[in-house]
Write a protein that binds this ligand. Structure first.
Ligand code: HEM
Ligand code: HEM
Length: 258
């Protein structure tokens, strides 16, 4: 795919998330009358949704601006399937961006799903979609781990200082951990709570007897992991942008982007 279309696609993705919030969520009445809070931390959910949607809107507008600058660049990347010494190959890039888009969308989707009052007709549709995409992410991460063994990942870019290298390495490892831990804790919470897990049309019954231990898994899936994720993901994305726009070490960003 050429660079211009990649940027346009990313912009459309961000603008869809923003449109979903500003056109549907704000009009749904759920923010004003959500399901009763289970913990005091739940009162932060409307603010979190606002922050995430405004970020999606601003990112979408920024990407449209970038796309406008790239509009004469129809060069198609000459990329091998396997990783090279200094840049990621086609398979790693497709996996990184597919997982990233799904993972990031699941966050506001999960927050909103958990706010919908019990008797709302579309509540179940959100749960089915959230679980289906969540399981898909988990399976894609397994494929990514196998692929990393088949095709060695490139070492970090030489422009990184030793401190940045250490931080980037830790952030990547934590993100791999998160990509497995978040869907697994979601599945454990669901199963111990006595609910089904969905994967498209396949409905998996709970694997265990219903047990209050679901609250522990829920504590991880709903509170601890998302807040750690905000920090690590923020550092990952801002770190990549810093390299591109402040340090002007454009090679680091290009290894995964263009
Ligand atoms: C949407 C914003 C994102 C941007 C701009 C971005 C950018 C990048 C870039 C430039 C790299 C290459 C770093 C290098 O030079 O080695 C990278 C690698 C990586 N990214 Fe992202 N990323 C984003 C989202 C995500 C998300 C949501 C996740 C996971 C949940 C993620 C997980 C990773 C991992 C684990 C690596 C290391 C890849 C490997 O060596 O296997 N990224 N990212
Ligand atoms: C990468 C995958 C996933 C991500 C990023 C993700 C993220 C989230 C987030 C941020 C929430 C909102 C928590 C809250 O504020 O209350 C949530 C809720 C939820 N997630 Fe996930 N999730 C993922 C996968 C899964 C999977 C695989 C399942 C089940 C099989 C699942 C089941 C649920 C359920 C049932 C809720 C709603 C809990 C409630 O109603 O209180 N999630 N998810």
């Amino acid at each position: 795919m050429c660079v211009f279309f990649g940027t346009v696609l990313a912009a459309i993705g961000c603008l869809i998330v923003a449109a979903w919030f500003f056109l549907f969520i704000l009009d749904s009445g759920v923010l004003e009358n959500p399901k009763p809070n289970q913990t005091p931390m739940d009162s932060a959910k409307p603010t979190l949704l606002w922050i995430q949607s405004v970020t999606a809107l601003l990112t979408g507008i920024f990407l449209l601006y970038v796309a406008n600058k790239q509009r004469n660049n129809f060069a198609v990347l000459d990329l091998k399937a396997k990783n090279e010494q200094n840049r990621y190959g086609r398979v790693s890039r497709i996996l990184h961006w597919t997982i990233a888009i799904m993972f990031i969308s699941l966050i506001p989707m999960g927050i909103f799903a958990s706010m919908i009052p019990e008797d709302t007709e579309y509540r179940n549709a959100y749960y089915v979609a959230h679980k289906t995409i969540g399981v898909t992410v988990f399976l894609l991460v397994l494929v990514r781990l196998v692929w990393n063994r088949i095709s060695k990942r490139p070492a970090l870019d030489s422009s990184l200082s030793p401190r940045e290298e250490k931080l980037a390495h830790r952030a990547h490892n934590t993100l791999y951990f998160m990509m497995l831990a978040v869907p697994i804790t979601g599945f454990m919470m669901t199963s111990y709570h006595g609910y089904e897990t969905y994967f498209f049309f396949w409905e998996m019954k709970p694997l265990w007897e219903e047990s209050p231990v679901y609250q522990v898994w829920g504590g991880f899936h709903k509170y601890l992991l998302p807040y750690i994720l905000y920090i690590v993901l923020g550092a990952h994305v801002l770190g990549a942008l810093k390299h591109q726009f402040i340090d002007k070490h454009q090679n680091a960003f290009k290894r995964m982007v263009s």
